[in-house]
Write a protein that binds this ligand. Structure first.
Ligand SMILES: NC(=O)c1ccc[n+]([C@@H]2O[C@H](COP(=O)([O-])OP(=O)(O)OC[C@H]3O[C@@H](n4cnc5c(N)ncnc54)[C@H](O)[C@@H]3O)[C@@H](O)[C@H]2O)c1
Length: 258
């Protein structure tokens, strides 16, 4: 069984659908309870929905219990829930915004890892290849980005948590990896102000793969990391960004541009 956070829409919903299509049982969770219920209803017997605000450890305990109750075991956790705050330079970022970003994007991942460890230590999970935790960071968890200090701090934090958890949990057969998406065409981006979307479009045009990624493409990577296809991967960062971080665009610098 896979428990996915922030799965009412965007990448989390795409992961729920992809995992169910592969035969997995899915616990679809989100702070948007109705949205999570709608995604789970589409998946029929393969899924149950559970409201989960990732900042609340008590709700984590309830969601894990609901999943175990429904499906008997917990093999995979996708820590996907996250928020992108309004871009502001550091001196204009409010403490409230900063703390909210860290509470959801970083504390939420910490609480999630803690909540599933016991269930993932169980013998049937181990016998089937061991548990897998996939934490969704960002390319902003690898390089800094002006105007997004709290977001970048939260996503760099996810990278550190991922590596540490991998070191601590390897002995229980639990693998822990992070995903680092570039710009993905989910509601988080679609609902951004028009001026920001226009800047993102210009950025995308300069990438080796000159477009935004799709939630389904990220779901494919999450599926690989969730499955035993990735049995030798742990404590690692998986970038999925259309080549965005490969290097700055310098076409024609050392060649004639042909
Ligand atoms: N879209 C991008 O360009 C992009 C790039 C890099 C990383 N990411 C990361 O990918 C993840 C998924 O984002 P997305 O693109 O699908 O965005 P999205 O906004 O479409 O989906 C995020 C989901 O998280 C949920 N959520 C927010 N706060 C929550 C909370 N406290 N508890 C539980 N759920 C909560 C939302 O309700 C929503 O369903 C996030 O962690 C995001 O930071 C997104």
């Amino acid at each position: 069984m896979a428990l996915i956070t922030g799965a009412a829409q965007g990448q989390g919903a795409a992961e729920a659908r992809r995992f169910a299509a592969e035969g997995a049982r899915v616990v679809v969770t989100d702070v948007l309870a109705d949205g999570a219920a709608a995604v789970a209803a589409d998946l029929g017997d393969a899924a149950v929905a559970c409201p989960l605000d990732v900042t609340d450890p008590d709700q984590w305990a309830e969601a894990v219990a609901a999943g175990l109750d429904a499906f008997g075991r917990l093999d995979v956790l996708i820590n996907n829930a996250g928020v992108g705050p309004t871009p502001r330079v550091i001196e204009e970022t409010t403490l409230e915004d900063h703390r909210r970003t860290l509470a959801i994007n970083l504390d939420g991942v910490f609480f999630g890892i803690r909540a599933v460890i016991d269930a993932m230590k169980a013998e049937p999970v181990r016998a089937a290849g061991g548990g897998s935790i996939v934490n969704v960071s960002s390319i902003d968890g690898i390089v800094g980005v002006p105007g997004m200090s709290s977001y970048a701090a939260s996503k760099f934090g996810v990278t550190g948590l991922t590596r540490t958890a991998a070191l601590e949990l390897g002995r229980f057969g639990i693998r822990v990896n992070s995903i680092h998406p570039g710009v993905i065409a989910s509601p988080m981006v679609a609902e951004a102000p028009a001026a920001i979307r226009a800047r993102l479009d210009r950025l995308m045009a300069a990438q080796p793969i000159p477009r935004m990624g799709t939630p389904e493409e990220v779901a494919n990577l999450a599926l690989f990391l969730a499955s035993t296809e990735s049995s030798y991967c742990t404590g690692a960062q998986f970038v999925i960004d259309g080549g965005h971080l490969a290097g700055p665009p310098r076409e024609g610098l050392w060649t004639d541009g042909d």
